[in-house]
Design a binder for this molecule. Sequence first.
Ligand SMILES: *[C@@H]1O[C@H](CO)[C@@H](O)[C@H](O)[C@H]1NC(C)=O
Ligand SMILES: *[C@@H]1O[C@H](CO)[C@@H](O)[C@H](O)[C@H]1NC(C)=O
Ligand SMILES: *[C@@H]1O[C@H](CO)[C@@H](O)[C@H](O)[C@H]1NC(C)=O
Ligand SMILES: *[C@@H]1O[C@H](CO)[C@@H](O)[C@H](O)[C@H]1NC(C)=O
Length: 437
Amino acid sequence: MMMSLKTAFLVSASAVLALEWSDGTGKLPALGWNSWNAYHCDINETRILDAANAIVKFGFKDAGYEYVNIDDCWSVKTGRDRRTQQLVPDPKRFPSGISGVANKIHALGLKIGIYSSAGTRTCAGYPASIGYESIDAATWAAWGIDYLKYDNCNVPSNWTDACNACVYNLNNPNNYVNGTCVNSGNYCPGGYDYTRSNSAKRYAIMRDALQAQNRTIQYALCSWGSAGVEQYGNATGNSWRMSDDIQDGFKYVTSILNMNSFNLNDVDFWGHPDADMLEVGNGGLSVAEERTHFAFWAAMKSPLLIGTNLYAASDEAKSILLNKYLLAFNQDNVYGAPAKPWKWGTNPDFTFNATNPAEFWSGESQQGTLVLMMNTLAVSRDMTANFGEIPSLDADGSYKVLDVWTGEDLGSITSSLTVKVASHDTAAFLFTSGLSQ
Ligand SMILES: *[C@@H]1O[C@H](CO)[C@@H](O)[C@H](O)[C@H]1NC(C)=O
Ligand SMILES: *[C@@H]1O[C@H](CO)[C@@H](O)[C@H](O)[C@H]1NC(C)=O
Ligand SMILES: *[C@@H]1O[C@H](CO)[C@@H](O)[C@H](O)[C@H]1NC(C)=O
Ligand SMILES: *[C@@H]1O[C@H](CO)[C@@H](O)[C@H](O)[C@H]1NC(C)=O
């Protein structure tokens, strides 16, 4: 049967529901670029199109990056069009309109994303979408939008939740003690059903509005890990932010990584906890720290949204973002599960620690077993992968080992691999059986 609508459908398999687009969009984590970490509110058409051109010019499109996402501050701030009630692109910043920019981005073979909030105003105070979901979804579809980041600012008082989950505060991670929220106001009793919360409803209204359009629009929830989003994220969107905003420093990388290391059972095809947009290239991380940031975001199967001006980013930063082995792991069409810790390392297993999270990780892929060893300490140290500790490897097996950063074939290795890892760096290898002996 031919279907004229590019429908998305909610698949119900026992208890799981997921937002699945019939063209396959959303099965794998999104790859692209977003304006916020690079420019915050200081965006315009030139900068967005420069980013799109850089994605083509520097090989990012060929590597699979496809979305060029406009974040907050794109519309006329004073309000909606009085007659149509539509959001209006700022004519100074976007003289071609968003649809004009969309046409140019589509002509490059890329896709375009837009931003709003499930509240009365966006986080930067621009008109937002609560109560206008159908109008806005139709407007974006008409403009050719392919992706929506939907934020959580300025929620009207009648839409707040009776009971709220802990919002993990990256600047004050002590509001979580051993994974349990403390001092967080109206914290819900264990076992609370967030699928019936007002937050779940607010985000579902936009999901339904997007699905009603004759267009695929990937749907990214941005409610900062609040209100039990892990309970309804899969049924509502293609990805959901699991923490508050990243900033350009290593403590944010380890803090989010730590938090997400306890969410990894929520990761599979069609639904991805979003560890937030990348800071690689922005200057606040050393090269070692950039490697760690990117390796883990890829390995956790987070959406990978570049957040830097690619014309200004170093060659090292660009090559990290283009690492073909890590991108292939993130985009594996056969293995939906992320890498997971096999051992915490500096701390006992399952220790919640925002500075020294789990250091020894592995995961399966079509390329073989990905093995990551991150040194969270301030000095370099030897780190050992004992094959017997890694779920998919045999204790006394021999494996062909490839260094993910250099592409170097290390030959066949038996039983264990010890390497020196610099402070805050991550050693990354792919293990396959047979082949080289
Ligand atoms: C949906 O969009 C396609 C083009 O993407 C078009 O061919 C089709 O006619 C549209 N269907 C409806 C019902 O508007
Ligand atoms: C966008 O901003 C940049 C940097 O300030 C500026 O050079 C450019 O002319 C601006 N473009 C538009 C369309 O305003
Ligand atoms: C909040 O108020 C608005 C406007 O009256 C209404 O449309 C909406 O349904 C209310 N929300 C809830 C959760 O009752
Ligand atoms: C999300 O839903 C999809 C489709 O039903 C399912 O394959 C996937 O395992 C679900 N994810 C989780 C974490 O349950």
